[in-house]
Write a protein that binds this ligand. Sequence first.
Ligand code: APR
Length: 234
Amino acid sequence: MQRLDIKTFKSIVFFTGAGMSAESGIPTYRGQGGIWHEYKIEEVACQEAFERDPLRVLQFHELRRQKVLECRPHAGHRVISDIEKELDNVVVVTQNIDGMHQFAGCKNVIELHGSLWRLRCPVHGVWEDKGEKYTSYHCPHCDRWARPDITWFGDLLDNQVIVQAEEMMVRADLLITIGTSAVVWPAAGLVQVALQNRVLSIEINPKATSVSHLYEQSIRGQAGQVLPELLSWK
Ligand code: APR
């Protein structure tokens, strides 16, 4: 594989999905062994499910937290965090809620779909809760059930977050998309913004996606192997 020297780019966006965390041991959503084959979205990942059975939904997310805490960032995560330390104008826009980029040391991460490590009360707002188990299933200020601060199916994305991500996509002159099936909107639409701006665009995924042909380069491979082989930045 020919190395790409990325230090001359002015604004670099890594756009990541569940496949980015796959080699760390965190299951993806749709492929083989995907979470949505084992669980029903309408039972664990939407507001209606939470209103019907909050404990079930919270326990599902608690299981996911336990799983993530057993996992570690891989070489691909480390490459991105090394690049972020070395170069200005590097941002990770991720659909992942697992925090694995931050565990690898990344600071500049836009979490489109929220985080497993935050809870939220409709009245008292958002707070961090990072243990294996939730400290409490209820808001510390009132008796309401605490909701994972995650964008579930049917939820709107946080407007501030989407505006910030769009700005990065407009500005990007290098887009590297890793490990997403690119079927969930509006996240998938963000990529189109960058692609329309004629940035250098690269997709890394072991399988072709419905948008592979839109990229200048679509590399069939695993994030943890391709990223260290592809990028040079010193
Ligand atoms: N390296 C790179 N890509 C990989 C790897 C790997 N090691 N392993 C799997 N992939 C690819 C798969 O081929 C697939 O295209 O990662 C992609 C994972 O796709 P999805 O499971 O659909 O995950 P994602 O695109 O992140 O899902 C988007 O859907 O369920 C919602 O909110 C959830 O954020 C999620 C959104």
